[in-house]
Design a protein around this ligand. Sequence first.
Ligand code: 13P
Length: 254
Amino acid sequence: MADRIVAANWKMNKLKREVDIFMDQFCKILRDLNYDNLEIVISPPYLYLERVISYRDINSCNFYLGAQDVSSFRGFGAYTGEISSKQLKDVGCKYVIVGHSERRQLLNEDESTVRAKIVSALEAELVPIVCVGETGEERKNGETEKVVSVQLDSVISVAKSNGYNSLVVAYEPVWAIGTGVTPTCEEIEKVHLFIKELLKDALGKEFPVLYGGSVKPENSGSLIEIANVDGFLVGGASLSVKSFIDIVNSVARR
Ligand code: 13P
């Protein structure tokens, strides 16, 4: 895995035609660029995973495929509507986003579900991008580290009991997602250091920690300068080729 990662999370956006327009332009730009030690990840809705990956194969454009979620059920079976980690691997995914705050909040995913999803991802040799982060209320109450450490306990317990090849953590303060507001550089630096140290103490190894929440071309250059920020998980600004490529470029320049 590269030292830096920029991952697009398209969430529930785009139709086939828009996927094609994006991928077409994106691959034309990407083919001419040479990024050293940087992985670019596109995470479309499940329906378009194969469509997106087909561009990599046809255009030899250098990105990785990510899924936005995975079933907590392992293997295969009678789980209507679910998608298994093995199926994600089968269509070419390398990464899978797990525990995104939208799923924790809107779909009531709890820590035990998040743990089951990490287990399932690791079993299929997918790299989980585990999202952690506090709500605005929790930050006001000074509970950021407490909340994040509970969420990281899931990562640590699964990694200890199941083993792992690679793992990525994304720090996404809930109040910064889609709001245009970000924490200060000092605040991000503090939480990223906290996450790195907690994981290192528990697992004896360093893991990449991405920042997510209102990352855009206007702030990505300064955000990537922050110590222990190893890249980004980008929502809204990943929907346009221009803004996503601008963000990728600012990370590549560091
Ligand atoms: P925005 O970049 O739209 O704030 O979303 C961040 C996010 O949730 C990425 O997973």
